[in-house]
Design a protein. Structure first.
Length: 577
């Protein structure tokens, strides 16, 4: 391992450690117990999203200590800092969900500001919950420093009546309870056993989807995303990540050397073949934006369309993240994709080697239970599908993993709701009819504000046994735990005057996930006539504060719902200042 002194003359930390003029700065480091040798070494930011908000993040503080040991072993000086997270499982189903997507930008911004303010030379970022993973990766790419990402790990599955259970089962049990099919006592038992450990939600929901992305895109060490949070070997991955970032620093391999158009395509493949969360269609374009790469929802969905779905994970399948890890994890998944010619092997990874070189080391094969052979997939196309049409000119997205082909086409009359709360109350009261398409609008990034997830509503529908009997469309988002025919990210959103703003009860809508279409039986003239009468964006109660600022800045979901111009407009590289 590296033990030679670093030449810091070209590194950012020289601005706070080198020369007589930096004596006041060095005095602060001596105050914190650093030695002269440690001050002379590269400074490595060890960023975590640790907090006591939820089990997703509770283990990150301990794991950061292992990362710091790795940095020190490779002659670096780790500087630990934390940022926020908003945990979707607790923010779900109420006003708190408006903070979730906005927190992704806050995470990226605060990590950037901390790195810049203290002139750190490289970063190891640890994250556990949905938005914290892309937020951390976005910061890495924005700063373009040597970077290694490490996931905090998934939660262990709960057990009830001989079956694995997850938080998804609890959300759906609420629907069964509302329908009179689940007692207070049963619900009380389930809520106590569903989440038995630290770690992020165990199915292939957003956190585990983006954890798989971190490996596939090359920012995380191979197989580092798989081990559940309580497993002691998470510390080994942490230490190895600390050592790896020092090697990247020595070789001057930066985040944008890793995150390229090809590596984004690799990541989208892994989302598709694992039946991952539709939120990846939001986060991959946002990560690309930080690198100045054009890679929008349409590009993501093109890859989803021709990628086989062959990993049987919840919510569409049977297994959880722990099961995937135990049969070889993302490396085995990517090895199967490679057999089909669906991996760019020349992409650089966090190890300093290429993806192809890393996959050459993988001895395990698909087990046929959790990971099917790519030659005999569960379905021939991806578990997530993009849609376009006169109802969504900028696109929309739907998760079809686990759905039969006959359930992927739906035509029905619209029942329009102006917000999620209205829809949820109607679902609780059975104020809808079989065959309808529920429309929830004004929930986009700007119009919400915050692009809330609709898990409470979709889980209630599933719990009532109506998941296949109605469809749902929204300019908001869906949780990775959502099941049923649920279309999200409809763009342009209602607040920006998209066609979804013009819908009325009874309009006939067709969703065809096989053809990739979403349309309403209205002519262009009909839509133009309604637009002329449209009263404009619905006012919200958020007229100040962080959510107001977010609503003013945020762009369309098809480009990642980003809030700044991105790398195409930047005039400097932080590390080269």
């Amino acid at each position: 391992m590296l033990k030679k002194p670093f030449d810091k003359s070209a590194l950012p930390s020289r601005h706070v450690t080198e020369g007589p003029s930096r004596a006041p700065h060095r005095s602060y480091y001596y105050a914190m117990g650093l030695s002269e040798d440690e001050i002379a070494q590269p400074f490595i930011g060890v960023a975590t999203c640790w907090n006591e908000a939820a089990p997703c993040n509770i283990a990150l503080n301990r794991q950061a200590q292992a990362v710091k040991l790795g940095v020190k072993a490779a002659s670096g000086t780790p500087r630990e800092f934390t940022t926020i997270t908003v945990t979707d499982g607790i923010a779900m189903g109420h006003e708190g969900m408006r903070s979730s997507l906005a927190s992704r930008e806050a995470i990226a911004d605060t990590v950037e500001l901390t790195m810049r303010g203290h002139c750190y030379d490289a970063i190891v970022g640890l994250a556990g919950c949905d938005k914290s993973l892309p937020g951390m990766m976005m910061a890495m790419v924005r700063l373009n420093v040597p970077s290694v990402f490490i996931y905090g790990g998934s939660i262990l599955p709960g057990r009830l009546n001989g079956k694995d259970v997850t938080v998804q089962d609890v959300f759906e049990a609420v629907g069964q309870h509302q329908a009179g099919n689940y007692s207070d006592e049963e619900l009380a038992i389930l809520e106590r056993v569903a989440c038995p450990s630290a770690g992020a939600c165990g199915g292939q929901f957003t956190a585990n989807t983006m954890a798989c992305v971190s490996e596939a895109i090359g920012l995380a060490l191979p197989n580092s995303s798989g081990a559940p949070a309580p497993y002691e070997n998470r510390d080994q991955y942490g230490k190895a990540s600390g050592e790896a970032v020092m090697l990247l620093l020595e070789k001057n391999i930066r985040a944008r050397d890793v995150v390229t158009r090809k590596s984004l395509e690799n990541a989208a493949r892994v989302v598709a073949c694992t039946g991952g969360s539709t939120n990846a269609g939001l986060h991959l374009p946002a990560i690309a934006h930080e690198a100045g790469i054009d890679f929008d929802l349409g590009d993501v969905c093109d890859i989803f369309r021709d990628t086989p779905y062959f990993v049987d994970l919840k919510p569409g399948g049977q297994y959880v993240a722990k099961d995937l890890y135990e049969v070889g994890g993302v490396p085995v998944v990517m090895k199967e994709l490679r057999k089909a010619g669906l991996v760019h092997e020349d992409c650089v990874t966090a190890t300093g080697a290429t993806m192809g070189e890393e996959l050459d080391k993988v001895a395990l094969e698909a087990d046929g239970r959790v990971i099917y052979p790519v030659a005999t997939p569960i379905t021939p196309t991806g578990g997530v599908v993009g849609l376009t049409g006169n109802l969504a000119p900028e696109g929309a997205i739907v998760k079809v993993a686990g759905m039969a082909a006959e359930d992927q086409v739906f035509t029905g009359p619209a029942r329009v709701f102006e917000c999620e709360e209205d829809a949820f109350e109607a679902v609780k009261a059975r104020g809808y009819a079989e065959g309808e398409i529920l429309v929830i609008r004004n929930e986009g990034p700007a119009g919400g504000p915050g692009m809330r997830e609709m898990l409470a509503t979709t889980a209630a529908l599933s719990g009532q046994g109506m998941g296949k009997k109605v469809a749902l469309i929204t300019d908001g988002r869906f949780s990775g735990a959502t099941r049923g025919f649920c279309v999200g990210h409809v763009g342009p959103e209602a607040a920006h005057g998209g066609p979804i703003a013009l819908l009325e009860d009874g309009d006939m809508i067709t969703i065809d996930a096989i053809k990739g279409e979403i349309s309403v039986a209205l002519s262009d003239d009909d839509l133009a006539s309604r637009r002329a009468k449209w009263s404009g964006a619905r006012e919200t109660i958020y007229a100040s504060g962080a959510l107001w600022k977010y609503a003013q800045l945020v762009g369309g979901a098809n480009k990642g719902a980003v809030t700044h111009p991105g790398a195409k407009d930047e005039r400097h590289i932080y590390m080269d200042l």
